[in-house]
Design a binder for this molecule. Structure first.
Ligand SMILES: C[S@@+](CC[C@H](N)C(=O)[O-])C[C@H]1O[C@@H](n2cnc3c(N)ncnc32)[C@H](O)[C@@H]1O
Length: 303
């Protein structure tokens, strides 16, 4: 089978692509990083815009097949690395690159990850409680749900999911798991609140709990914080950083960091590209509902 045939129509639709590209302004002979390659939507757009090089990173080995398809077309203009973006400094060092001209992050999970029941990210459909973006990680959602103490579980669901009913959800889970180990996404939904109506405040009652577990399994917030700290040293003059986030905890980390490195005091290396956060327009949300919570922020190196 041709690599291209593996890429089906349910693949990821890139969010805020035009807006992120506008921030990045790809130019000939420059080097860009796509830190969250996914199905390569951002990478393709960058490579089609200018005769430049893209270093693409994704911790999910399933991204490899999309990389192969792009590699066939762009050959030595494209390098894919199956690693966590927290290792970005090492990745560039191994490629003998000292600095780059732009970096883009489109955080969170891809549609391929969400839609594959076997990955356990989604409560619609049934699959193993996994939720690892990178299958080299050792902690799965199953482990957290079955092995955390009730208070730890409640705090996790509250802190990473913003779920007001975290205490009762944790209590229900702990009661349920005394009878049987919770192995699947459907069992977790059943355990959380067997009597609940599916939707509350227009969102499924499991949404926030699933988000919290995913963030914890993949250590998403800590990874983002530590990675951001490494970026200023890796960006050359006029280089840009553009970051798309999908929930307020991530957005706050990016917002605070960008503010810190672009204060209006002398000696600052960066300036914010847009004073206001960029969000998808109505047409994009209508075409791709998964875009609805996306927020884009960017900074440019001035010195
Ligand atoms: C929203 S998708 C990106 C989609 C991509 N922009 C596209 O157009 O196809 C996010 C991707 O980032 C990857 N990812 C998330 N956190 C990561 C991390 N810490 N290191 C490397 N990849 C990560 C996920 O595996 C996923 O494939």
């Amino acid at each position: 089978m041709q690599v291209n045939e593996l890429i089906t129509k349910q693949d990821h639709t890139p969010v805020l692509l035009a807006e992120a590209l506008e921030m990045l302004q790809p130019q000939d002979n420059k080097v860009y990083i796509d830190a969250t390659f996914g199905a390569g939507g951002y990478t393709k757009a960058i490579l089609n815009k200018a005769n430049c090089t893209v270093i693409a990173i994704d911790c999910d080995s399933n991204a490899q097949k999309y990389a192969e398809a792009i590699g066939e077309k762009f050959r030595n203009k494209f390098h894919f690395v199956n690693d966590n973006f927290i290792n970005i400094d090492e990745i560039l060092k191994n490629l003998n690159i000292n600095s780059v001209d732009g970096i883009v992050f489109d955080l969170g999970v891809s549609s391929m990850q969400l839609d594959n029941k076997e990955r356990g990210f989604s409560f619609s459909g049934n699959g193993p409680l996994d939720m690892r973006m990178d299958n080299r990680l050792t902690t799965t959602a199953e482990k957290l749900v079955n092995e955390l103490y009730e208070k730890e579980l409640a705090d996790l669901i509250y802190n990473y999911g913003g779920e007001r009913k975290s205490r009762s959800i944790a209590k229900n889970i702990v009661q349920f798991r005394q009878r049987e180990r919770i192995l699947t996404t459907a069992k977790l939904v059943e355990a959380m609140n067997p009597n609940a109506r599916s939707y509350q405040d227009n969102i499924h009652f499991a949404t926030r709990t699933f988000q919290a577990l995913r963030i914890m399994v993949n250590n998403e917030l800590e990874t983002l914080k530590l990675t951001l700290r490494k970026l200023p040293q890796l960006l050359g003059p006029q280089a840009t950083m553009a970051i798309v986030t999908f929930h307020s905890l991530e957005d706050k980390i990016v917002k605070d960091f960008f503010k810190e490195i672009s204060q209006d005091s002398s000696g600052n290396l960066f300036e914010r590209i847009n004073k206001k956060v960029v969000t998808p327009n109505y047409q994009e949300i209508r075409k791709n509902p998964r875009a609805r919570s996306a927020k884009l922020r960017g900074v440019r190196r001035v010195l």
